[in-house]
Every structure is written in structure tokens, then in C-alpha cells.
Write a protein that binds this ligand. Structure first.
Ligand SMILES: Nc1ncnc2c1ncn2[C@@H]1O[C@H](COP(=O)(O)OP(=O)(O)OP(=O)(O)O)[C@@H](O)[C@H]1O
Ligand SMILES: [Mg+2]
Length: 254
């Protein structure tokens, strides 16, 4: 069974009148297996964010079928979907979205607090994942006192603390400098290989995408190309750049 199995996704944004609409997703099929680490790339306006919002249940107004671990999220009520998202999915955002009134550790434990887990269990898991992502020694600091990369690594810990079926991230390195981007991508890579987390990111950045095992290129709301890492990251990076040139990504997407 696939962790994520989406069929024929169509999303139309309606404008003020009928002649004014955008077909942002134009019949997308997507399958992700357990333990995959996938990037979605494509030119600006190609439908990346729309796709991620549909797949992760943020946007419910679309056509098509989406199964996550066998559960059809397309047919869930708003309440069912909200619970499913909280218990089974992990989210990482470009803007980190940490609570400034909580320490990094408290931010990480927040999803477990909502699920009434025991304090011992929460502490042990938070320690383990924060150690894995190299933020153990700053766990008692507040978000506004640490770097963007450290904030994003905290957000990633929070996203995986409940062992989600899949983690979704829209431009997780979009607000970071190149050094922090690299640290964040290495952490996602580590979670994927050590913790077997299934991860789907959207990114403009070929360097970030090169840490993934597969890249899916979309354009005009359709899947155009899919490439899989076979050798070293550096080779995969070159292959991603070539693919972007072929599908016609804009220069600043490189
Ligand atoms: N809320 C909205 N209302 C109307 N049209 C929208 C809305 N959001 C996105 N669109 C349109 O849908 C298309 C896909 O947008 P989307 O944001 O998914 O692209 P993207 O690939 O994430 O782009 P970027 O790389 O710039 O973030 C674009 O033509 C966009 O203008
Ligand atoms: Mg976008």
C-alpha cells in the first residue's frame, strides 16, 4: 500500500466571472511509497503550493481521489479531516510558525500535549528527536533568540514528534540562507534515513531538492517528469538542473 495515492486531481480557482478562472491542477496522479523523500519542483505558478495544500488536506475544494495510508481523505468531513491531519500528518512551513511564548522544547512537545501523552513519554521523545536534529543543547531557549535554521529544525521536530504517516513541507528553506538551508536539508535527510520518515517537500531550490531521493517536476498543473537519485547528491543536483532547463523553469528558479 502507498502512503499517499492521489488520482486525477483537478483544482480550479474561480474568478469573479466564469471567463476568469485558473486550472491550477490539471489531472495530477501521484504515488508515494513508505520511506520516500520527494521534492516537487516547477516554475512559479505551476501549481506546487496548490498541490501540497490539496494533498495535505489544507484545501478541500478539488476533484479527484486522495488516499493516505488507505484512508480516503477526499471523502472525509471537515471534522474527520481535522482530526486525521492532527494525528497522522506532519507539517513544516516556510515561516516556521513556532509559538514565541514557549521554549523550543515546549514547541516540539505541543502536538503530544494535545494528544494527552504522559510527561515521561513526551520528554523522552522530544529529547531523542531534538538530539537527532542537533538542537538538544538549545532546547530551553525561546524561538526569537535562536537562528532561522534552528527555528526550522525545531519546527521539523514538532512535525515528526507524533510519528506522522507523512510530513509535508512547503519551501522549508525559503526563508533561510544557504548555510542554514543545508543544515535543514541534512536534518530532513537524517530523519528519512534513520527514522524512516516519509517526506514530501515543495521547493524552488535545486540544491535543497538534491537531498531528496526523487524529484517530480510539474508545469501548468501537470506532472512533466520524475527523476530518481541513483548515485551521489552532486550528480543528482546536476541532473535536477538539466531537468529544470528542459521543462523551462525560470532562471531565478535555479
Ligand atoms: N487563491 C487563489 N485564487 C486564484 N488563483 C490562485 C490562487 N492561488 C493560486 N492561484 C493560481 O493558481 C496557479 C498555481 O498557483 P500556485 O500557488 O499553486 O503555484 P506555485 O507553483 O506554488 O508558485 P510559486 O512557485 O510562485 O510559489 C497560479 O496561476 C496562481 O496564480
Ligand atoms: Mg508556491
Amino acid at each position: 500500500m502507498y502512503v499517499l495515492d492521489a488520482e486525477n486531481l483537478v483544482k480550479v480557482y474561480k474568478g469573479r466571472d466564469k471567463s476568469n478562472y485558473t486550472r491550477a491542477l490539471n489531472g495530477i496522479d501521484l504515488k508515494i511509497e513508505n520511506g520516500e523523500f520527494v521534492a516537487i519542483m516547477g516554475p512559479s505558478g505551476s501549481g506546487k503550493t496548490t498541490l501540497l495544500n490539496v494533498l495535505s488536506g489544507i484545501d478541500r475544494a478539488y476533484e479527484g481521489r486522495i488516499q493516505i495510508s488507505g484512508a480516503g481523505i477526499h471523502s472525509m468531513s471537515a471534522d474527520e479531516l481535522a482530526l486525521f491531519r492532527r494525528q497522522r500528518l506532519g507539517f513544516v512551513f516556510q515561516e516556521f510558525n513556532l509559538l514565541d511564548s514557549l521554549t523550543l522544547r515546549e514547541n516540539v512537545m505541543l502536538p503530544m500535549v494535545l494528544d494527552n501523552k504522559s510527561v515521561v513519554e513526551m520528554s523522552e521523545k522530544a529529547d531523542k528527536v531534538m538530539t537527532m536534529l542537533d538542537i538538544y543543547n538549545i532546547m530551553d531557549k525561546y524561538p526569537y533568540t535562536v537562528s532561522g535554521g534552528q527555528q526550522q529544525r525545531t519546527a521539523i521536530c514538532r512535525a515528526v514528534i507524533n510519528d506522522p504517516d507523512i510530513v509535508f513541507a512547503d519551501e522549508p528553506t525559503g526563508n533561510l540562507d544557504s548555510k542554514s538551508s543545508k543544515a535543514v536539508m541534512k536534518c530532513l535527510e537524517r530523519l528519512n534515513s534513520l527514522n524512516h520518515s516519509t517526506i514530501l517537500i515543495v521547493t524552488h531550490d535545486a540544491f535543497a531538492a538534491s537531498y531528496c531521493n526523487k524529484v517530480i517536476f510539474i508545469k501548468d498543473g501537470r506532472v512533466h517528469l520524475e527523476i530518481t537519485k541513483k548515485g551521489e547528491r552532486k550528480e543528482f543536483f546536476d541532473e535536477i538542473l538539466e531537468s529544470l532547463a528542459i521543462i523551462g523553469g525560470e532562471k531565478d528558479d535555479l
